[in-house]
Design a protein around this ligand. Structure first.
Ligand code: 13P
Length: 136
């Protein structure tokens, strides 16, 4: 599965912790991230991650473009709800696209924990049907 990892600055430590705890699951998938988040997670875990631009420079939109092509299967986006972001429209657009394409989206650690365990148990197999249909 293609998984996006994104975290606002005050949530990056949480995402690093999350990725470290679930490295054994994440390493079986294709990982994508916004620039700084990807670097932090890569440095801490050694996971191989394709890094887009930093969020404020368009990274959220690049991940959004994958969602619009139905190429992203899970989005883990630890948002900071207490700090204004200069690129708030991009953040909203990304979340909106997850809803448009029914892509599982975790915006906090509690949900991310449930989704990653579901992924491990095969709950995302329906996404393979979507990928097969796209290949037709
Ligand atoms: O701003 C972000 C998401 O909106 C994250 O971007 P960085 O990972 O580059 O900090």
């Amino acid at each position: 599965m293609n998984i996006a990892l994104i975290a606002h600055d005050k949530k990056k430590n949480d995402l690093v912790q999350f990725a470290t705890a679930y490295k054994h699951i994440l390493e079986k998938h294709e990982l994508f991230a916004t620039g700084t988040t990807g670097l932090r997670v890569q440095e801490a875990t050694g996971l191989s991650i394709f890094r887009f631009q930093s969020g404020p420079l368009g990274g959220d939109q690049e991940i959004g473009s994958m969602i619009a092509k139905n190429q992203m299967d899970l989005v883990i986006f630890f948002r900071d709800p207490l700090t204004a972001q200069p690129h708030e429209p991009d953040v909203s657009a990304l979340i909106r696209l997850c809803d448009v394409y029914a892509i599982p989206l975790a915006t906090n650690m509690g949900t991310a924990d449930i989704l990653i365990r579901a992924l491990e148990k095969g709950a995302f197999s329906w996404r393979n049907i979507i990928h097969k249909r796209q290949g037709e």
